[in-house]
Design a protein around this ligand. Structure first.
Ligand code: ZN
Ligand code: ZN
Ligand code: ZN
Length: 217
C-alpha cells in the first residue's frame, strides 16, 4: 500500500496557487496552513515583511482595526514610576514604535518597519502597576508584542558559525581573560574548532568545551 500511495503522490502531485508542485516527501504546502506567517514562531525567528510573505505564498494577518483613542502619548509617559499615580491604570498608552501620523510602526533602532506585530497601544493593569511600583521600574514604552520581540533579540540566533577556540595558552586570544589552571594544550594556543551560536563579531570569549571546563569545573 505504501508503494502505491507514494506512486500516486508522485503521479498526481499537489499544485499550489503559485504553481509549485508538492510530491511525496515534501512538507505540507504553506497555503494549507490555518495560520498566517506572522502568527507563527516563524516570524519570531525569521522576520519577513508582508510583501515578502505574500510573494512566497504564505498567508498574512493584517492588524485588526482598533477602535480607541490613544490617551497617553510616548512623550507623556513618565520616566520614573514615582512620577505617576494609579490613574495610569487602564489608560490607552501609545507604543513607542507606533507613529500616529503615518499609522505605521517603525523600530526605533534601524528605522525599519516593525515586524513584531505591533499593537500600536497598550494598557497597564492594576497588578502590573503595583509590581512596577514595588520593584521601582518605569512604565513600559513598548506594547507587549514589541517587548516580546525585543526579548527574543537577546537570545542567540538559530544559526551556527564555525569558530576556533579563543584560548591562547595562558590567556584568551584578546588578553582579556587569564586562565586559572594549566590546560591540556599547555602554553600553545588551543587548536580546537567547533560550531557555536556566538557569531565571530560578538564580544564574548568563546572557548572549546575542554578549555571551558578546565576553567569552570
Ligand atoms: Zn508595539
Ligand atoms: Zn580550547
Ligand atoms: Zn585552553
Amino acid at each position: 500500500m505504501v508503494e502505491k500511495i507514494k506512486k500516486h503522490m508522485n503521479e498526481m502531485p499537489y499544485t499550489d496557487k503559485k504553481g509549485r508542485i508538492y510530491k511525496y516527501g515534501e512538507f505540507f504546502p504553506p497555503e494549507l496552513s490555518p495560520f498566517a506567517y506572522n502568527e507563527t514562531m516563524a516570524q519570531e525567528y525569521f522576520s519577513i515583511s508582508k510583501y515578502k510573505s505574500l510573494k512566497n505564498g504564505f498567508r498574512w494577518k493584517d492588524p485588526e482595526n482598533r477602535d480607541y483613542t490613544i490617551e497617553i502619548k510616548i512623550q507623556d509617559i513618565p520616566d520614573d514610576i514615582h512620577n505617576t499615580d494609579e490613574s495610569i491604570v487602564g489608560k490607552v498608552i501609545q507604543c513607542s514604535h507606533y507613529n500616529i501620523q503615518t499609522n505605521e510602526s517603525i523600530c526605533t533602532v534601524g528605522k525599519d518597519i516593525c515586524k513584531a506585530n505591533c499593537t500600536q497601544a497598550f494598557k497597564i493593569i492594576p497588578k502590573e502597576y503595583e509590581f512596577y511600583k514595588k520593584m521601582n521600574l518605569p512604565i513600559p514604552r513598548l506594547c507587549p508584542n514589541c517587548r516580546h520581540y525585543q526579548r527574543i533579540k537577546q537570545r542567540n540566533p538559530l544559526k551556527l558559525w564555525k569558530r576556533k577556540c579563543m584560548c591562547n595558552g595562558k590567556t584568551s586570544i584578546n588578553n582579556v581573560y587569564t586562565n586559572t589552571v594549566e590546560h591540556s594544550h599547555g602554553s600553545d594556543p588551543c587548536p580546537n574548532e567547533f560550531y557555536t551560536s556566538y557569531s565571530p563579531d560578538r564580544p564574548e570569549i568563546v572557548y572549546c568545551e575542554k578549555c571551558y571546563q578546565s576553567e569552570v569545573v
